[in-house]
Design a protein around this ligand. Structure first.
Ligand code: HEC
Length: 95
């Protein structure tokens, strides 16, 4: 019984992480599948940015403290995520 409870808690933890994690498929429409484009002709090429630069940008867009003329577009993309999620996804893109 104890084992079943532990197993189901572990399963729950895994599924909630999966739901919260940033889905980069949603970024591809603007940034390209490999973050190789200038989104809407404005952004830097994100794949050439460092993980740290990307983390700073994403958390800044969320907080409203970072960005250029189109920062409102990115705020809409990241506002629902936690800083930890944004930090984590930043480690998976860029260099
Ligand atoms: C609707 C189009 C769109 C989508 C979808 C989108 N972005 Fe962006 N992104 C932009 C634009 C436009 C900018 C430049 C905004 C500005 O003026 O600061 C930008 C900027 C960025 C930057 C900073 C680049 C720089 O120039 O400093 C990062 C990092 C980034 N986006 C990551 C993402 C990630 C990760 C996702 C998916 C979760 C995403 N974007 C989804 C349009 C988009």
């Amino acid at each position: 019984m104890k084992k079943i409870v532990i197993a189901s808690i572990a399963a729950l933890a895994v599924s909630s992480v999966a739901m919260a994690a940033v889905n980069t498929a949603a970024c591809a429409a603007c940034h390209g599948k490999h973050f190789e484009k200038h989104a809407m002709g404005k952004s830097k090429i994100v794949k050439n940015m460092t993980h740290a630069e990307i983390a700073t940008a994403l958390k800044g867009y969320k907080a409203g403290t970072f960005g250029g003329v189109l920062k409102g577009v990115m705020h809409g993309q990241v506002a629902r995520y936690s800083d930890a999620d944004l930090e984590a996804v930043a480690q998976t893109i860029g260099k």
